[in-house]
Design a protein. Structure first.
Lengths: 696, 130
């Protein structure tokens, strides 16, 4: 088929102008799709020359996918049916590359309707297509970006304030899904009070007028909870400047606000701890400090229950030492046994503060009554090595509540103040003990000094007392000796030998008596003042001793008077009681200042009372307590000799009999010593012993 | 050898009767004339009423009523007897100090030997004798 023959006649007449158009591929197709004409534009766009393409099927412009789908035939049949088909689609160039084509296929018919062919106009829209794609991609990226922003609510409002778009950040922040909120007024994000003030409208007005509105304030979530929001509202206008809506970006600053509040809270806690510390410094009383600590925790942390639990000595349980909101009956009594699951035990073993999970731990003991809510527990360190932990302090909120690090730190600080107070008390205690020890040491040293002084004085007095009879003894013996030597020459001297020997013998008796008294002191000190009990007439003994003293008393110028019953049978140690009577009478003579001395014996029921009264120098009130102690005498030593043991020994003898010695005295008026004795002597230390001796 | 020194009066001031008696016996044996006093007050009385002035006073320190110190003070303040030498006789551990403080002419510690007692008394009673 030749070129001229194949082409329909009208096509040959096609205006030359079409041929010159380069922007559009304009060509004719035969009814079967064979390319019948080809203009310059077709050549430019598709890359084929006239000779290459005319007579070929137009299907070679289609992509393999379209060919497979029967697209070329479909296009022609639609164009034939509808008269015109327009589409945008990928087409192939001669070199195989694709271009985005805007294709219009128009059926050409004779006046009688016979299909003569198609005119096809193709425009290369690749550039536009690419630009559109780029735009779409950009929009997609924007959308993805907005969607991926979770910390900001980014959404559009239409000019009336209805929500037009909604990103996931908005959903997260405000709790509404896009479906729930789009189309609704943004007013529902505002708290009631601000709504009434017309705040939402005002914000839109400002944004419309000034292009932008920004503020921080409270906003509501879908669930009604509040959050502190940073809001930026921007007016969006089209190219002509017409307001098409608003872009709204909202950020949740609750965290920031919370951290600001946390700073304030932390400062408040620090102030509270400082005040508590000051209080602890000013108050040495540990209980006061602990009570104050409890109050401080309750007021600062706002917890209803606060407890200070003290670890028991054995470290096995905790006892409520102080607290508020807890059962006061438990105070100091009900122990909390420590085991693996008690939270206090956990705090003690971990030695650190703990914010404890309710489900993980048991509270233990009476605290189980306060289950629920949230708790923080902090360790109170002990004050010495033997006690590493004093116990724990616990703050308990009845309602579930997240205790932050600050709260835990605060509680630990309070615990530390208590620990410091404990340490101070411990140190004060140590100082007190040391001071007390020093005082005791001083007292002991003083006692030792006094004992030494007494001993020295005793030794001196004892020596003096022993030397006195020794003097007489020595002189008498020496005169006897000399007399015997000179006997032949001086018979007169020899004649006095016998009485002098008797005198010497008397001195040895005195000496042995003195030694005996000294031994008594040793016996009393060793608790071995044994009594040899026998039944005898005490009245007779008193008379005998009184008779013995009549002469010495007379020598001292004192008259000795005796009153008493004729007989008084009883069971006592005869020699010891004689010793007592001799002591009392010799004192009366010694200190009686030459005035009358009376001795009165009375029986009162099962007791005997012997009173020896003198009218002598008497004893000062201050001296009365010590006259019955060892080596003591109220009178000045240089006036009165003696061991100073008489009353001491007498008192112990009488007490060994189950009796007592009492004294009453007025200086310069005299003294009365009263011996009160049971009739059957009962040994104070052991009645059985006394009974045994009586039987013996 | 002692004969020439005897016949002198000696005042014995001693509260212990046995000691006083023993000393008196020794002095009598040596033919001194002992005067007895059981305390300072008695001694002063003896001094003031004695027909013969004693040539020496043997004085105990610890005595009731009036002790050796008090007697010595009283004696010194009485010019009529203040020049009579005093020999302090004491059983006290620091009797020699007391004797020095009392401005005594001599000190004899109890228990005193016969020899020493006689020698000291002799010293005071023999000087006058020549």
């Amino acid at each position: 088929m030749t070129d001229s023959q194949a082409r329909p006649a009208f096509l040959r007449d096609a205006p030359l102008a079409f041929q010159r158009i380069r922007e559009y591929a304009i060509f004719l197709l035969e009814p079967d799709g064979t390319v019948a004409s080809w203009n310059e534009g077709a050549q430019v766009i598709k890359g084929y020359s006239d000779a290459e393409i005319i007579g070929q099927s137009f299907s070679r412009f289609y992509t393999p996918e379209d060919l497979l789908a029967g697209k070329p035939a479909e296009i022609l049949s639609r164009a034939s049916r509808d008269g015109r088909v327009e589409e945008e689609a990928w087409r192939l160039r001669k070199d195989g590359s694709r271009f985005w084509a805007d294709v219009v296929v128009t059926a050409l018919r004779d006046p009688d309707g016979t299909l003569r062919g198609f005119v096809k106009i193709t425009r290369d829209l690749t550039a536009r297509k690419l630009a559109e794609k780029a735009l779409r991609q950009s929009e997609e990226r924007m959308r993805l970006m907005i969607d991926s922003v979770r910390d900001y609510a980014i959404f559009m409002l239409d000019p009336t304030g209805r929500v037009a778009s909604w990103n996931p950040g908005a959903e997260r922040l405000k709790g509404y899904t896009a479906r729930e909120i789009i189309g609704h007024s943004f007013e529902r994000f505002y708290p009631e009070q601000e709504l009434r003030a017309g705040k939402p409208r005002l914000e839109l007005e400002i944004a419309a007028r000034e292009g932008r509105f920004e503020e921080e304030g409270w906003r509501l979530r879908k669930d009604g909870s509040r959050f502190w929001a940073n809001v930026v509202l921007s007016a969006v206008r089209d190219e002509r400047g017409v307001l098409v809506g608003y872009a709204k970006v909202t950020r949740d600053l609750t965290e920031r606000k919370r951290s600001e509040e946390a700073v304030i809270e932390r400062a408040r806690q620090q102030a509270a701890v400082a005040q508590l510390g000051l209080f602890a410094l000013e108050h040495p009383d540990l209980d006061a400090v602990i009570d104050r600590a409890v109050t401080t925790v309750r007021e600062t942390m706002g917890t209803e229950l606060v407890g200070v639990l003290e670890l028991s000595e054995d470290g096995k349980s905790l006892v409520l030492r102080a607290g508020c909101g807890l059962d006061v009956a438990a105070m100091g009594r009900v122990p909390i046994e420590l085991d693996g699951v008690a939270e206090a035990g956990y705090t003690l073993s971990s030695a650190g503060p703990a914010h404890l999970d309710e489900r993980r731990f048991r509270m233990g003991g009476f605290l189980d009554a306060h289950r629920g809510g949230s708790r923080v527990t902090a360790l109170i360190r002990g004050s010495d090595r033997s006690r590493e932990a004093f116990g724990v302090i616990e703050a308990h909120s009845r309602t579930e509540r997240a205790f932050g690090e600050d709260a835990v730190n605060f509680l630990q600080s309070v615990a530390n103040v208590i620990a410091a107070a404990l340490e101070r008390r411990s140190m004060e205690e140590q100082i007190r003990i040391a001071e007390q020890k020093a005082v005791e040491e001083r007292a002991r040293a003083s006692q030792v000094r006094e004992a030494l002084r007494e001993r020295d004085e005793f030794i001196s007095v004892a020596a003096h007392e022993l030397r006195t009879p020794l003097t007489a003894l020595q002189l008498k013996l020496q005169t006897v000796e000399r007399g015997l030597k000179m006997g032949t020459q001086k018979p007169a001297a020899g004649s006095s030998v016998e009485p002098r020997l008797e005198g010497a013998l008397r001195q040895t008796e005195r000496l042995s008596l003195l030694v005996e008294r000294l031994l008594d002191v040793t016996r009393i000190a060793a608790g071995r003042l044994d009594l040899a009990l026998e039944t005898f007439d005490l009245a007779a003994l008193v008379r005998q001793v009184a008779d013995d003293f009549r002469e010495p008393a007379a020598r001292a110028g004192s008259e000795l008077r005796l009153e008493g019953p004729q007989a008084l049978q009883g069971c006592w140690d005869r020699l010891r009681l004689e010793q007592v009577l001799v002591n009392l009478l010799s004192n009366a003579v010694k200190y009686g200042a030459g005035r009358p001395i009376s001795m009165r014996v009375e029986r009162a029921g099962e007791r005997i009372r012997i009173a020896v009264t003198d009218q002598g120098i008497g004893i000062a009130q201050a001296d009365l307590p010590r006259i019955f102690t060892r080596f003591q005498r109220a009178a000045p030593l240089r006036n009165y000799g003696g061991l100073g043991l008489g009353l001491y020994i007498a008192k112990h003898i009488v007490e060994a009999h189950g009796g007592r010695v009492e004294v009453s005295s007025r200086p310069e008026h005299g003294s009365t010593f009263v011996v009160d004795l049971p009739i059957v002597a009962v040994r104070a230390a052991g009645p059985e012993q006394a009974a045994a001796r009586v039987r013996a | 050898m002692m004969a020439g020194k005897c016949g002198k009066t000696v005042l014995v001031v001693e509260d212990d009767a046995d000691v006083r008696e023993a000393i008196a016996e020794v002095l009598s044996d040596c033919e001194y004339k002992p005067l007895h006093a059981s305390n300072g007050a008695e001694a002063l009385q003896r001094l003031r009423t004695a027909e013969v002035r004693p040539c020496v006073i043997l004085l105990d320190v610890m005595m009731p009523t009036m002790d050796g110190w008090q007697f010595r003070a009283a004696q010194k303040s009485d010019p009529s007897v203040s020049d009579i030498p005093v020999v302090v006789l004491s059983a006290h551990a620091n009797g020699s100090e007391a004797a020095a403080k009392m401005d005594a002419a001599a000190y004899l510690a109890k228990p005193v030997s016969l020899e020493r007692l006689v020698t000291v008394v002799e010293r005071f009673c023999g000087v006058e004798q020549g």
